[in-house]
Design a protein around this ligand. Structure first.
Ligand code: AMP
Length: 581
């Protein structure tokens, strides 16, 4: 398959906003790929060269990319810089200069998708002395053989600015259409993706073995699965009405962590499926002693004070997520993993077992010590007992409780009533926080002007349509340092045109690629004439007096942000919540 086909499809997609049309273009593109190309094509569509959990970053500094463009197109670095200043997008610079270039290199050849993929992989994985020159050389070679449209996308890959505005749900739909002509296979394809988190692998199996091949996909130690998510209900009574007799556990406020064991090798993954093994050495050491050759368990990692036997709040735990001084930190602020689920043990896929059985497996596996603990649990069919346990949990400093359907399977990547959370609600405050994605920025006024952008347009997710809809403009809750840090960080994600995955009627001072998550609290959810959240039902919804809790949430991903449906459910629940002063 020629890379030109990919570039032309991407070019079309960039200027279209209809999801249906985009899905059609992708399905047609996928049908041109061979079995040995489709995996690579998946990663390129995701703007990457590997599934996220492998942590392979194409990342090439802008200065290096400018050098490559200059050398491939026969212009001076100064000319490239000036044009970049004018256009603000190195992809466009590359396209423009490629069209001005008198002739392509002498040995010009058509680029294939696999050649582009392996070159990007080379750029991503070369390190050490001389690697900068090598990266430039590889990109120059590609650009030297590229048409203007190809040059645009070849340049955007290494600077991490693909901006296709196509998320995983759209790609999953397109795969189904490619295989069956409609979306009927979406659920099976998505299940496989939820279990293996690797679109390249899923598409390759689909192309090689068909949908039956995908049905046979299982979890594997060392490969993270997309975490199950919980729903909400407003009261213990509602929980009993929905689940009947259920398990009720403490809801711990730390960092979600998947522990994988393969023989002696331990790997830890975050909720976003980043490899965080090196950050928590004490969990790795304790994990090696677990009595299983092959294992995946899940829990919440929290900083723990062995002297008082108390867990620290989230803000203390988050200090453990760092790259340097890890050993010292693990002594000063040891972590515990509160285990609450098992996914795989010695060849047995536990995702299909009911929770009651999974819990028994955890209980026989985990011997409690300073590092491993079991989530505290009661089993009950009484709302009163839930409320009593809820109070005990709050006294122990926990966030609330998590009720669990005893007969439910582990629902990877899905928000289901298998888990239902219940948090404390205060008078005049939402019963639960909202994980909202930053979509736009506003320049501060008055005293805040010196920080640059200080108010944020935030939105929630519609996973079906693969779009974000606005829910509030928020500016309170950040310290000065946090504001400065965010302004610094977000600079590279500012775009002049509204990304197509954003639906907004508000025009901020700058748009941002949806990448960063804030946890927001608010007084309540109100009906809104300006915000687009919920618009496709009756009216829009907004957060009243929103506030940011705890700065940017690096442990959360836009793809698992609060959904529009959850906001609507929370709005309906508001009136039935019993509040406390
Ligand atoms: P939320 O992030 O508020 O939607 O709540 C879901 C999160 O609660 C999960 O992602 C876990 O990280 C966390 N959690 C804390 N305690 C438990 C528990 N006992 N069972 C399941 N999840 C838990």
């Amino acid at each position: 398959m020629k890379f030109a086909s990919v570039a032309h499809a991407f070019e079309k997609i960039e200027f279209i906003s209809s999801r249906l049309e985009i899905t059609g273009i992708l399905a047609e593109l996928f049908s041109k790929a061979e079995k040995e190309e489709i995996g690579n094509l998946m990663y390129l569509c995701q703007g990457s060269v590997a599934p996220k959990f492998k942590g392979v970053d194409i990342g090439m500094g802008e200065k290096l990319v400018e050098s490559a463009i200059a050398s491939a197109m026969g212009f001076s670095k100064r000319e490239v810089e000036e044009l970049y200043f004018k256009l603000g997008d190195l992809g466009l610079v590359s396209m423009e200069l490629a069209s001005q270039r008198k002739q392509r290199s002498l040995f010009s050849r058509e680029l294939s998708i696999n050649e582009v993929y392996s070159s990007m992989m080379k750029i991503a994985t070369s390190g050490g002395s001389g690697s900068q020159d090598l990266k430039i050389k590889v990109l120059v070679d590609l650009l030297g053989n590229a048409s203007p449209v190809e040059a645009k996308f070849l340049t955007r890959f290494p600077v991490g600015a693909m901006r296709l505005g196509v998320g995983d749900p759209t790609i999953l739909d397109a795969l189904s259409i490619r295989a069956a002509g409609d979306k009927s296979l979406r659920e099976t394809i998505e299940r496989a993706y939820n279990l293996r988190s690797d679109l390249g692998l899923v598409a390759t199996i689909l192309f090689e073995k068909g949908i039956e091949g995908l049905k046979g996909i299982n979890v594997e130690a060392g490969v993270p699965l997309r975490p199950a998510l919980g729903e909400r209900l407003p009261s213990a009574q509602e929980i009993i009405k929905k689940l009947g007799k259920c398990a009720v556990e403490g809801k711990y406020d730390g960092l979600r962590c998947q522990l994988h064991k393969k023989g002696d090798e331990i790997t830890l993954f975050s909720r976003k499926l980043e490899n965080i093994t090196s950050m928590f050495p004490e969990v790795v050491a304790a994990g090696k002693k677990l009595n299983a050759k092959e294992l995946i368990i899940e829990g919440e990692a929290l900083a723990f004070n062995p002297a008082t036997e108390e867990f620290y709040p989230f803000q203390v735990t988050i200090q453990r997520k760092r790259k340097y001084g890890i050993e010292k930190m693990s002594e000063d602020l040891p972590l515990s993993l509160v285990v609450f689920d098992v996914i795989l043990i010695d060849g047995t896929d536990c995702t299909v077992k009911p929770y009651s059985e999974r819990r028994k497996i955890i209980e026989s596996l985990i011997e409690e010590n300073n590092t491993f603990k079991l989530s505290r649990q009661i089993i009950t069919d009484s709302a009163e007992k839930i409320n009593e346990f809820f109070e005990v949990c709050l006294e122990a400093g926990l966030e609330g409780v998590m009720a669990k359907d005893l007969s439910a399977q582990y629902t990877a990547g899905k928000r289901k009533f298998a888990w239902v959370k219940l948090k404390r609600s205060y008078k005049g405050e939402l019963a639960d926080t909202i994980d909202a994605v930053i979509l736009g920025l506003f320049v501060g006024k008055g005293k805040k002007v010196k920080f640059g952008y200080s108010a944020f347009l935030c939105g929630v997710l519609d996973p079906e349509k693969d779009v974000f809809r606005t829910i509030c403009k928020v500016s309170s809750g950040l310290s000065e340092e946090e504001l400065i840090g965010i302004n610094q960080l977000i600079k590279k994600d500012i775009v002049s045109v509204k990304p197509k995955e954003i639906e907004s009627e508000i025009e901020p001072d700058a748009w941002v690629v949806p990448r960063y998550v804030f946890e927001l609290t608010a007084d309540e959810i109100t009906v809104s004439p300006v915000h687009t959240c919920g618009r496709n039902t009756k009216s829009g919804y907004a957060l009243r007096f929103p506030r940011i809790k705890g700065g940017l949430r690096f442990d959360k991903d836009p793809s698992s942000a609060t959904t529009e449906k959850e906001v609507i459910d929370m709005y309906k629940m508001q009136s039935s919540v019993e509040v406390q002063d």
